[in-house]
Design a protein around this ligand. Sequence first.
Ligand code: ADP
Length: 418
Amino acid sequence: MYTHVVRVNKESEYRFETGETAVTVTVRSGHAEVFGAEAAVGASYVFAPHTKAAFFTWHGAELAVVGEPESGYVAGETPMPTYANVHGALQTLRGEASTKAELTGPVVVVAGPTDVGKSSLCKILVNFAIREGAAPLFVDLDVGQGGITVPGMLGALILERPFEIETGAPDGSPPLVYFYGHASPGANAAFFERMLDKVAGEARELFALNDEVRAAGAVINTCGWIEGDGLRLLKETIAKFQADIVLVLDSDRLTQELTSTFKDTPSTTVVKLAKSGGVVTRSATFRRSARSSKMKDYFYGPHRDLAPAATTIYFRDVQIYRVGADEVAPLSALPIGVEAAAEPVVVSKVTPSNELRSCILAVSYAQSEDELLDANIAGFLHVQDVQVDKAKMMVLAPSQGELPGQFLLVSDVQWFAD
Ligand code: ADP
């Protein structure tokens, strides 16, 4: 097996991308971190095929790399010192909030085009905060990637431990999961906006209930779609979460646009940050396969150590719904803060058919149809086969046992399991 010793000088990082095979990295000496999470000296970290990551060091480190990465190099220029400065400023705000009950720690929105390192920056800021004993709320609104649960959903969780080094998965309290059902916020912008209200409201509730989280604030990841309705939804996100700081990665135009929109909101500061040279652009095919592996992560675990259960569900035991939108004026025609006049979001009952095959069904905590749009999601099922004549379907569930609810929502983001 190919073993390679990599010496990384201070304030540099070893960037690598795995190919078709896994690669193991061990920190032999010194100190190194992966997206802000400290790697233990002597521990071996196994990176699955098609992973891109970096071991950064502040003071120097020696790494042993076992396996054949598709690419791997040491870069001396990284934006980490700038990101650490941003973190320092956030810690000052957290310090103030921890002594004054009327203050909330910094609510940070990370924005920018696709593939600029938004998710990575969120991880870095959250991990730095955790290393200083803070427990921030992490909110993922990037429905295309599904950083917290499966793609197509919004999620939020309080993090007390760093993101996992090997898989990048968040490790914290059970997440609050909100159904959306599409890989792009534009597919049902009215519903997305409604969900933004909901998640922002619940974040405020969490701050009111939990002093530690209130003082730590929130880090919010957003979607890379920043044109037209995408831009509008980003502005709504900033407004609805009452963001204190908006970090814009790699876009002068977006920085200017947001600065001018929020110029009369002195509590919101927009800051442009450079993207890391290590951020890798992902093709549409890669994105699709990344979505598919996120689905697999949900059922089989990011380390593939979970055992999902094949289960039969009889149509009589469940009620399946889809969330749609009525035809209304495009949201972009409305000024910010003005709600669409009609209630544009509707739920409609789905008659089970073969079309459900390969669909992801979200199991809602709703007790009735009226609660469907507002209830959180307990978990997901993957439809493997539908037998209409026998009024049943075979699904993959995370575990054996009774479903936590009988109301199911169909997501448009399907999974074609390999
Ligand atoms: P975005 O959220 O803006 O789409 P990501 O943060 O997901 O971007 O980054 C895109 C890809 O680049 C990810 O696979 C991530 O792991 C990788 N990446 C980010 N920063 C680095 C880095 N410094 N070195 C190597 N890979 C990186």
